[in-house]
Write a protein that binds this ligand. Structure first.
Ligand code: PBE
Length: 266
């Protein structure tokens, strides 16, 4: 199997946590010495390579994570990870700059309360993938879920044009969450700007106070390195989503490959 796909795991952008976890996995499972390598590309390139492989029923190994529409659109499965390199479930935390609680208590409260489910995040992601503008998709989701949104904003005083800055990486999941919470905060009276950048600058922006918040901290493993590097320079408001997952994935028709271990000597 490995030779058929040039011993290559098809990955995404270099900065993603899933890429460094995959490098660790290749080492931990002795695949590196077996000539396996990780190919850097982008989510769009990876899913298009996956699409082609599935059309031809060819083997392929990709970096996979949930929530993401790749699991709804394609018959793929996670490989078991007995060495626990990718960790079990992950949660996505909301991380804010120090001092936000005193400077902008209303935004702080809404950000602190913000939480939703993988299914809800997927709904927004799928829309955006279908070509709906992310801000519009966020507005539609908010309109459809008034009770939940009220549970985040209930009793919070409206403000009048205070500015607020959120940073994020342009991954589908982060595009969805950042647009939804930004729109909720706009409805509370904030003038919200959202700015896309690489993952490391996202953490740096909140640590230095250049940005007010980010809602994309996949933990404990995927963004764990940044969490450690910037510890003490941000405030972690806890999970806005529970039940995320990160790992290696293959099409279900690869019936002999069920664990990362199965890639060895194949
Ligand atoms: N992801 C999606 C990111 C976090 C969000 C799993 C591709 C990563 O750092 O790997």
């Amino acid at each position: 199997m490995g030779s058929q796909i040039n011993y290559t795991v098809t990955g995404i952008d270099a900065g993603a946590g899933i890429m460094s976890s995959t490098q660790k996995a290749l080492k931990a499972y002795g695949l590196e010495s077996d000539n396996w390598q990780l190919q850097t590309s982008s989510t769009a390139a990876m899913t298009s390579t996956l699409d082609k492989a599935i059309q031809d029923k060819r083997p392929i190994v990709i970096t996979g994570w949930q929530p993401h529409w790749m699991f709804t659109k394609y018959p793929i499965k996670f490989l078991k990870d007995p060495k626990n390199v990718f960790g079990k479930a992950e949660h996505i935390d909301t991380v804010v700059r120090k001092g936000l609680k005193t400077d902008k208590p209303e935004a702080y409260t809404v950000l602190d309360r913000f939480h939703w489910t993988p299914a809800q995040m997927s709904e927004v992601m799928l829309k955006v993938n279908d070509g709906v503008d992310p801000e519009k998709a966020a507005k539609q989701w908010i309109k459809k879920n008034p009770k939940q949104v009220q549970s985040w904003t209930k009793g919070v005083k409206k403000v009048h044009g205070q500015s607020l800055k959120l940073t994020y990486v342009a991954w589908d999941s982060e595009i969805a969450s950042t647009n939804v919470i930004a729109q909720v905060l706009r409805n509370q009276g904030y003038k919200v700007t959202i700015q896309a950048m690489e993952i490391q600058p996202v953490w740096a922006s909140v640590a230095t106070g250049a940005a007010d918040a980010q809602v994309s901290a996949w933990l404990p493993k995927t963004s764990g390195l940044f969490y450690k590097d910037y510890k003490g320079k941000f405030e972690d408001l806890g999970p806005n989503l529970k039940g995320a997952k990160v790992g290696l994935a293959v099409p279900k028709y690869m019936t002999n490959i069920n664990s990362i271990e199965d890639l060895k000597n194949k």
